[in-house]
Ligand binder design. Sequence first.
Ligand SMILES: C[S@@+](CC[C@H](N)C(=O)[O-])C[C@H]1O[C@@H](n2cnc3c(N)ncnc32)[C@H](O)[C@@H]1O
Length: 360
Amino acid sequence: MNPPHSYWSWRTLANGALTKPGIAGYPHVEPAQELLLEATQDLTGAGRALDLSARGGAVALRLRENGWAVAATDEGAASLAALHKLELTDAGGQAELVCLMLSAERGNARVQAQIAQAWSRTALSGVLLLAGDKDKGFERYFKQAVQIFGGGEIVQRGNGYRVARLVKTKLEPPVTPEAQHFIISARGRSVRCSAQPGVFASGKLDAASAVMLEHLPNASGKRVLDIGAGYGALGVTLALEGATVTMLESDALSVQSCVETLALNGLIGSVLHSDVDAKLPANARFDWVVMNPPFHVGRDLKLEVALEFIAAAGRHLGAGGEVWLVANHFLPYEAPLAELGVLNVVTLERGFKLLHVTRV
Ligand SMILES: C[S@@+](CC[C@H](N)C(=O)[O-])C[C@H]1O[C@@H](n2cnc3c(N)ncnc32)[C@H](O)[C@@H]1O
């Protein structure tokens, strides 16, 4: 159970869909999903429909109202919590109608993985409704999807967004992008890493995370919580040094990457697909909490998630525990961190700051 906090408060949208901080588009429906809502307005049917990027369920609920047997899923843990509350689930298999919003902000490889997944989940002669942002390569991705599906046209336009309707007539499976395997050098060690398509800093050690890893003291024997773990750069490096690590991550492909990165290094750790600490037992306590928090949700600059990372650190720090947070120098994390204990600025370098709090 989480303590009462606005981050965890659900807001009900027009057709019963849910939203909260951490769900893209909060406090509204994302513009691409708005356009999908328009495209599905009069789309009645008696077959199976599947929403692969369902967010808080707006399109899935619309399709259910229109007579479809609806399944829904999403990459994000907060969205999965909303779908669970709405009793929208995904048991696998194919559907006659599939909806997908492209996560273009996560790059080409993620979009290609999404389109390949949509192809495999669409029944032959079935329809994919594909939504995306014109300024984030939608026309190009649409053309790639047409090659894979067999045919299609753009059916809805508005506010820079597009919805295309594709019909699956091709049986040849598309190439699915694979995980990237690479090695990062940190703390005098080589860490073998795996990153699924579109995972943060895939192929490298993020420059801010590098600053943190250069300044942390020895982690051996520490119980470490890594919030927003990505492919595991911080958590797995510290686990190699002898820490016992728990990693929290909201993005499903990042969770998979963390599991793979641990395995590549012959390590055991705990990885939870979790909106901040929602999946962590309330009584879990750690010596260190490390984080390089996100400051975007979808395409918007938003700090709610980062501030909740800090609040979660406070919930799970043991007596004398320490928080290590690295961020771009301009992000305003000092005041909420100072509420947790004694704050000091460890370093300001390369445009980043490493902040440290000791619980007293
Ligand atoms: C700046 S990246 C840092 C990744 C990794 N720690 C590193 O240093 O490479 C922030 C991470 O937070 C994750 N994230 C975003 N929102 C989250 C949430 N609500 N709960 C948990 N993780 C989240 C993102 O998916 C992303 O992997």
